[in-house]
Each structure stands twice: as C-alpha cells, then as structure tokens.
Write a protein that binds this ligand. Structure first.
Ligand code: PRX
Length: 637
C-alpha cells in the first residue's frame, strides 16, 4: 500500500523537516491519520522533559497488529509478509502471506489467552530466529500483553534478572536454537533461570532442535500441543484487544553506564507511527520490494525494522535464523540472491568480518536485485563503507548509515536512500521531527560546525517513555545530565552543512559488534569470581567488532595458573551475563591506577588498552604511579 507521507524529493524533505519542527503536533497528527485507529486520540502531544513525561496520541484507541496485519490482509492478502530463511541452507525457507501471518497470530493469541495471559501482562520471549518468534511477538501485541524479548545469547542469570524486573508470568522459548554449526540449549538455560523466578506460572516450549529437555508438570507446555487445541476450534479468529496509544507495547533491556540493564519502555501509538514513517522514508521502500534486516529480534533493530516498521508499512520482510558466516562467508549474498532482496540492512561488524573473509565469497553471487543498503548499530569506518558500496552495492546502491538507539525506537539521523547525499562514515541529517543539538561538557549549546555531546531538544513519537518499574532511573539516565534535553550518551561532530558524524559513546558503555555492554556490568560479573579482588574494564579498537573488551584484574587466587584463572574469569562472565560479554583480553595486575580519593583513572587504562602508551598524561596525582609501569609492561597485545 502507498502511504502519502513518503518523501520523494530533497525539496519535500526540507519542507517536511521545517513543518515538523515549527508545528510538530500538526505534522504528526496528519501522519498518524493514515493509520488504523478504533477511535481518534484526544491530544496529539503532551511533554515535559523534567519529569520526564512524553505522550503522543493519548486517548487514541488502536491495536498495532491491525495496522501490521489486518489492513494489509484485507487489501493485499496474498502479498508475502514474512520470508523465513533457516539456519541450514538445505532446509526449506518458509513464507507467509499477510493473510496467513494474520491467521497464525490469531491462533497464537488464543494459545496465550488459553494459558491465562491478558492485557498488561509481561511475557518474556527467549527464542531462536524462527517464524514463531515473530508470531509470538505479534500475538502478545494482539492480546495487549507487553513483550520482553531477551536475546538468545544471554545467560540464565540475565534472563532471570529481566523476568524478575518485569515480573513476567509467562515465558515463550524453544527446546534449542541453531546458530551456525552450534546448537544452543535454550530450554535448559530457561530452566536454570526459572529456579529464581517465582512470578512465572507457565512456559510454552517450541520444538526446534529436538534437543532433549525437561518439562515440568503444571508449568511447561509444548507449543505444538497448545496449537492443536486451538486448531480444534471452529473459528480461530481473535479480536484484537483495544489499546490506548500510550499503553506499553514492549520492554527491551539495554545496558547503561551504571547498574543492571534498564527496561526501556515503548508505547504503542508513537512507536508505530515512528517506525513506519522512518522505514518508508529512510529506505524509500517501494511496493513489492523485499527488505532484509539481519538483526536479531532480541535487539531493537529487530523489533523496529524486522517486524513492526516493515509490517505496518505492508512490506515483505526477511527473517534469517542463522549467522552470516555459516555455512560460509557467502551466506548473506546467497540469501539476497535466493529471495531477490532489494534492500539490505546490516551492521558494520558483519560487513567488516565478511570483508576480511575475502572477496572470493562473492564470486558467482548474483546481487543484481539489491537497490539500497543500510548500516546500523555502530560507527562504520570508511574502509568498510567503501567495500560495502563497491562489492555489495555495485557502486549504484545508495547506503544509508542510520544512527539511533534502543531508546529512540527508530532511526533519528540518516541519509534518505537516493534522495539525500550519503557521506562515508557520516550519518548525515536528522529525520523530520528530530532536533539534535551538540553541547559542551557544561551543557552550553555549540553552534555551527562543532564537536560535542549529542542531545535531542524535543520529543519525537518513538522515544522512550520510561524505564520499567523505575521512572526516576529514566530521568536520571537520560534527562538529568543536561536539564531540558534528552542526552544520547554519544559524542558527535557536525559540519557547516548540518551533517552529523557519530563518534561513539562518551559514557562507560561499550559497543561490541553493535551490542551495547556496560563496563560496570562486566566488572560486576568479573568480581563475582571467587579469586577476583577488583577489576576495571575498558574498550579498545577491534578490527571486526568495532570495540573489544579489555579487563584489568587483581586476583587473590594463588593456586592456579594465570591461564586457568583467565579462562575461569571468562567463564564467569559468560555465566553471569552471556558469552557476548566475555572479555577479549584479560590482564592480571597487582594494582589499578587510582587517585588518592580511590577513583580508578580509566583514561590511563583506556590508553594502555589502545596501545597509545607514549603519552599517558599526568600520572603524578595517582596514589601509586608505579602500577602504571607494571601495567604497561604486561600489556596484552
Ligand atoms: O553509540 C551509538 C551506536 O549504538 C548505540 C545504540 O545502541 P543500541 O541501543 O543497542 O541500538 C543499536 C541499534 C540502533 C548508540 O548510542 N550507534 C547506533 N547506530 C549508529 C551508532 N553509532 C554510529 N553510527 C550509527 N549509525
């Protein structure tokens, strides 16, 4: 279907941008009017960044699945909504038309309801990238339950922390997941997590890998059995639950610079409008194009641009179960050819690793269907950008480098494919509705070409509403550093034309392969190891991952070899957070560089980890400057 708010020229973009800033309420009310509402909202926008309070389309009644499914099933029932490519290329891909996907979602909505789930419940989803994952997410939305998807690479401890924080009563999982040549025993990880989750009453388990699992009577149900019950119904239609635009749609946990991950909350109406609007405009999606976002649904990119944005826009979206280098480094290109993908949206880390694997993996691949390319999750270096442009885009596909965050819900700063100029390694211009500003350390606004901390001045429909169960944490994390502004945690440069280049986090958050990991979180996990006295974690540039994790650790363990201790520490981190947070380098040290007041001087550790040891700055204020020499000598290369 064609949406009238799709921008088609640079002039129109400029005009729309101006309108969106001078009168955001009129601008977004017009855009929102092109969606399906059961009844219209009472007030387009209420906001106040001090509290913070942000409400879009409050009082409007809708169900996002009617926008993502029913309206397309009514107009284009046979259009392919979802193409699912399995991990193993010898298995058959499965596709669903809009009509079929709607039926599947209706059926699973009944399964949820039959198991006691209702509007407002929190449901944890820990699943492989299979069709049932997308169906489960949408079925939650259909019944008005709040989904909390946990990435399949997180540990039992991370799952139980998230379940307990949100007080989930239902868990959806699978026996196991295939990822490349590995099989991950999801259910047994969930079993371990549920030992400490009293709120969970039911766990529904999909059969995927045929891994033996334990099934607890009264708690665990097989997905297939539950579906069989629904299939015996004469009519499995499910009336979508009427929801307020400001009801919660989902919680997604993300790392910050302090404490445990925060449950970022997005609400229904604004998120729907924002993801659909940005999807259609940034990628210039045209009817019948096939869109392939390689992100996992466990991250925000998967929520916004694999499921909600594309489906609300009536697009065809590809869900890939596996990894880019299995069975070989040509897999993504095979998928593009096989499913005639027109738009590919992936992360710099994948581009760099496929670039490093060598151009031979492109031999004989037909990439002629590709028309547009996207990048997301971390800064893309110029070399990777050029390789992507030349080898994948055949020097004709525009690349959009899209900057955004879990908290922003959708793309904030990006080129518009084929309409605005792409500049390698620059995200370029803000989307309509986005008012970025750069500030110095003291919060003074910087004008013109400048470098500073990136903040956003005014609300946009897809922004974070709260952090689940702790609104004050939301205020403290995003709205208190610079009062009156949303602070992104990123540093950025701006040129005289107003283009932005994101330079990376300015807080203690790492970006490892596009995944956000807090240094404090990794330190806490390392410190859980019995032989560890203290640790400090910093990031360093990594050729493939963007950033690697470097841990400096003081140990008390005298009985084991250093190698063994390092492996044990890695194992502990995998156990507490998940394998994605394992340090790339662990250096055992006898002391850490601390000021006289006991604060660790991370600046020095960062320089050592980066290998920039010629100028460590002033170390005279340290309690014991000699530890620095020892650390430099023992540096891991
Ligand atoms: O540092 C920025 C980086 O990723 C962070 C957000 O991470 P997350 O919430 O996990 O969401 C990732 C997917 C949207 C940002 O604070 N980041 C994201 N996109 C870019 C980026 N850095 C540079 N360029 C980008 N295009």
């Amino acid at each position: 279907m064609k949406f009238p708010f799709q921008i088609s020229t640079a002039e129109q973009l400029e005009m729309d941008y101006k309108k969106s800033i001078s009168n955001p309420e009129v601008f977004w009310a017009e855009i929102a009017s092109h969606f399906l509402w059961k009844s219209k909202w009472e007030k387009t926008l209420s906001w106040n960044f001090e509290q913070p309070l942000v409400q879009w389309f409050k009082g409007g009644i809708l169900n996002i699945t009617e926008n993502a499914l029913d309206r397309h099933a009514a107009i284009t029932p046979n259009k392919t909504a979802l193409i699912c490519e399995p991990n193993n290329p010898s298995e058959t891909a499965i596709s669903f038309t809009y009509e079929e996907l709607l039926n599947k979602v209706n059926q699973f909505a009944h399964v949820l309801k039959n198991n006691g789930a209702k509007k407002g419940d929190r449901i944890c989803i820990y699943m492989p990238m299979v069709p049932e994952l997308a169906i489960a997410v949408l079925a939650c939305a259909r019944i008005g339950a709040i989904h909390s998807v946990v990435f399949g690479g997180f540990s039992a401890q991370s799952i139980s922390d998230r379940i307990n924080d949100a007080q989930c009563n239902l868990v959806l999982t699978a026996d196991g997941a295939y990822r490349g040549n590995k099989s991950i025993p999801l259910k047994s990880v969930v079993d371990e997590a549920l030992l400490s989750c009293p709120s969970v009453k039911t766990c529904i388990v999909l059969t995927r890998s045929n891994t033996p699992v334990s099934m607890l009577k009264g708690r665990d149900m097989w997905w297939e059995d539950e579906l069989d019950k629904v299939n015996q119904m004469e009519n499995s239609w499910f009336d979508a639950e009427p929801m307020d635009a400001e009801d919660m749609l989902f919680i997604l946990y993300t790392s910050g610079s302090t404490g445990k991950p925060k449950g970022v909350v997005h609400t229904i109406g604004g998120y729907m409008v924002w993801t659909t609007y940005t999807f259609l405009n940034v990628f210039q999606y045209q009817p019948n194009e096939v869109f392939f976002c390689t992100a996992d649904v466990g991250w925000i990119t998967g929520h916004s641009y694999l499921i909600y944005g594309p489906l609300c826009a009536g697009a065809t979206t590809v869900l890939f179960e596996g990894v880019p280098n299995y069975p070989d480094a040509g897999r993504l290109w095979d998928i593009c050819d096989k499913h005639q993908v027109n738009i590919l949206y992936t992360a710099p880390t994948a581009i760099r690793s496929l670039m490093q694997a060598g151009d031979q993996w492109l031999d004989g691949k037909n990439l002629s269907s590709l028309k547009k390319l996207g990048s997301v999750g971390e800064p893309i270096n110029e070399e990777a950008w050029q390789w992507y442009f030349k080898n994948i885009g055949r020097q004709i596909c525009p690349i959009v480098d899209t900057w955004w965050q879990t908290e922003t819900g959708g793309i904030m700063i990006s080129a518009i494919a084929g309409i605005t100029e792409a500049i390698p390694a620059w995200a370029t211009l803000p989307m309509p509705g986005v008012q970025p500003i750069l500030v110095d350390e003291n919060g003074n606004e910087l004008e013109g070409a400048a470098s500073g901390n990136l903040c956003i001045k005014a609300p946009w429909p897809g922004m974070i509403r709260t952090t689940y169960g702790d609104h004050d944490r939301c205020r403290a994390a995003y709205f208190s550093t610079y009062p009156g502004l949303y602070f992104t945690g990123d540093g950025a440069m701006r040129d005289e034309k107003g283009n932005y280049r994101i330079t990376g986090r300015v807080d203690d958050v790492l970006n490892v392969s596009g995944h956000r990991i807090g240094t404090a979180e990794v330190e806490n996990a390392i410190n859980m190891h019995t032989g560890v006295i203290e640790s400090a974690v910093v990031g360093y540039p990594h050729d493939i991952k963007g950033q690697g994790i470097y841990a400096f650790v003081i140990v008390s363990d005298k009985h084991h070899t250093l190698d063994l201790i390092q492996n044990d520490i890695s194992q502990t981190v995998a156990q507490i957070i998940g394998p994605i947070a394992k340090p790339d380098k662990i250096q055992i040290v006898s002391g850490l560089p601390k000021t006289r007041s006991g604060k660790i001087m991370r600046r020095i550790l960062r320089k050592i980890a980066e290998g920039d040891i010629s100028n460590l700055g002033d170390t005279t204020t340290l309690l014991d400057p000699t530890v620095v020499d020892e650390i430099v000598l023992g540096r891991k290369k």
